[in-house]
Design a protein around this ligand. Structure first.
Ligand SMILES: [Zn+2]
Ligand SMILES: [Zn+2]
Length: 234
């Protein structure tokens, strides 16, 4: 049986990016959107936001990029600030000399302000990413998916590593390796052509599609910064 995201996966190979990055990024945007509109007033979302002391820097910024969601953003942050003020207004007990107490008080308040839960958008991102990787690894031997992969820019390096590790059989592992290495070989050939033609000694050679190969190479290795640029969960 095909997983629910199978056809999304096939379609996403047509975009000019790593399909796992593209799908995960869309899922995160949907998740943020629904929390702004549907869940901004639910007790559960407030409890999560209080516990995580807001979102991580990256998702806080993404949240602020929804111009129509400003009321939701304000409501969610009211809850977080209420939590922070409750924590700062509660006195820290002294049990020793003044200087020892000062040191303990500094640490105690800082410790209290530490989040007790991770950023819920980072969590949603990891769940979505894992689902797409699972679907790809499990179904790569199906001809439609193989062809979609072959015609694409392939996976970014971090997602290729994760998909290889998730491969359920030697045949799936070999298929993934063959597909991705063909894509890397073609990209390397483009970089070779680019560097040759960029050289002043070859000014007579006309630059073709390889003109932006250097940019595609950086994306192919690093992946989407909205997906892979954040692994810090505090
Ligand atoms: Zn990726
Ligand atoms: Zn986050």
């Amino acid at each position: 049986m095909k997983p629910f995201n199978y056809y999304d996966l096939i379609e996403s190979f047509a975009v000019d990016a790593c399909p796992i990055c593209a799908l995960t990024r869309n899922d995160v945007a949907r998740h943020l959107d629904s929390h702004l509109y549907e869940y901004a007033n639910t007790r559960e979302t407030h409890a999560t936001m209080r516990a995580s002391r807001g979102l991580c820097a990256h998702h806080s910024q993404q949240l602020a990029d929804y111009p129509a969601g400003v009321l939701g953003v304000a409501i969610l942050h009211q809850a977080v600030l209420d939590e922070l003020l409750t924590l700062t207004d509660t006195p820290v007990r002294s049990n020793g000399g003044f200087s020892r107490w000062m040191g303990a008080a500094n640490t105690a308040l800082a410790d209290r302000l530490e989040p007790t839960a991770t950023c819920f958008v980072c969590d949603a991102l990891e769940r979505a990413e894992a689902l797409h990787i699972r679907a790809l690894a499990d179904h790569i031997l199906e001809p439609r998916l193989t062809e979609a992969y072959r015609a694409s820019r392939g996976l970014c390096l971090p997602h290729f590593r994760q998909t290889l590790r998730a491969a359920p059989s030697t045949a799936a592992h070999e298929r993934l390796t063959a597909l991705q290495s063909d894509i890397w070989r073609a990209l390397k050939a483009e970089l070779d052509a680019f560097t040759l033609k960029y050289d002043v000694n070859h000014a007579d050679l006309v630059m073709g599609d390889e003109a932006d190969s250097w940019r595609r190479a950086t994306e192919a290795l690093g992946g989407d910064p909205f997906v892979l640029g954040l692994r810090r969960k505090v």
